[in-house]
Design a protein around this ligand. Structure first.
Ligand SMILES: *[C@@H]1O[C@H](CO)[C@@H](O)[C@H](O)[C@H]1NC(C)=O
Ligand SMILES: [Cu+2]
Length: 279
């Protein structure tokens, strides 16, 4: 579905693409992935969206294109044509926004987990083939089995060359810091061999400059950007952060939940793992 972040990105890009004078600035795939909270493909749905116009972004130039089903391999952006509303909008901005009761207390964490992002390449072409979290497939048994109500610290180690917006179902988290990995190649080689951050001396490698968490990320979220070559420390809460209470349903029920990269292409290429809550 059209996530808010994706919509915002598309609107920004549409804004860039819409101005024909002066020519729109180039938008690279890298930029897209950096700014997006999620990237999704909507082509199959387009025939039902009459006011959407396509712009291909080949060679960094926005050129109008005729949208058709099956264009999923092309890079393009959408322009939303807003027409005067024919219905009345009764929605209102609330006088007060939601207050979060849960504190960002790293020291309250009962458990620390390493969440390691790997990218695998095709030996012949060097092109990426799939992305695993902790070297495991979705089908492998859950290894993240937090207790309901727990606070945990997740050290997200991004060994891939790309940003990944990590998305947790059910849980809410805040990144508190990110540090660059020094001796990244050596660490990557060790991780490829042992798949064990502690045995590969992650704390010695996570010694690069601390990167400030941007203001807009310093709140309870369910998606957070994980920078390449960095270890991002996130405080994760398995409860309702607005009330500080337990979930109003049985969060331990089958089939459980998942966490994954919010870029659909990555998620579809196995960057997704089960998340199983226990009592
Ligand atoms: C981790 O660090 C210890 C102590 O500095 C060292 O003896 C060990 O060889 C290191 N392990 C790896 C896999 O580099
Ligand atoms: Cu990703």
């Amino acid at each position: 579905m059209l996530g808010k972040a994706a919509l915002a990105v598309l609107l920004v890009l549409a804004g860039l693409a819409a101005g024909t004078r002066p020519p729109p600035p180039p938008v690279s795939e890298e930029t897209l992935e950096k700014v997006a909270g999620s990237l999704e493909m909507y082509v199959d749905r387009l025939p039902q969206m009459p006011k959407v116009r396509g712009y291909s972004m080949e060679r960094g130039r926005a050129t109008p294109v005729h949208l058709a089903v099956g264009m999923y391999r092309k890079k393009w952006v959408m322009k939303f044509v807003i027409e005067p509303a024919k219905t009345r909008d009764h929605s209102r901005v609330p006088a007060r926004l939601l207050e979060y009761h849960a504190k960002v207390a790293e020291e309250e964490a009962t458990r620390k987990r390493y969440i390691v992002m790997y990218e695998y390449d095709d030996g012949a072409t060097g092109g990426p083939t799939h992305l695993y979290i902790n070297g495991k497939r979705l089908e492998d048994p859950a290894t993240e089995t937090p207790r309901v109500g727990a606070t945990e610290v997740w050290e997200v180690v991004n060994l891939t060359p790309d940003d990944h917006p990590l998305h947790l179902h059910l849980a809410t988290f805040q990144a508190v810091r990110a540090r660059g990995l020094v001796g990244l190649d050596e660490f990557r080689r060790c991780m490829a061999r042992l798949n064990d951050a502690a045995r590969c001396n992650v704390s010695q490698h996570a010694a690069g400059d601390a990167v400030g968490v941007p203001e807009h990320e310093r709140t309870w979220k369910n998606v957070g950007k994980m920078a390449p070559g960095h270890v991002t420390t996130a405080v994760v809460k398995f409860l309702m952060v607005d009330t500080g209470e337990d979930y109003p349903f049985d969060a331990t029920a089958e089939p459980g939940y998942v966490y994954h990269c919010h870029i659909l292409d990555h998620e579809d290429n196995a960057m997704i793992r089960p998340l199983k809550l226990i009592r």
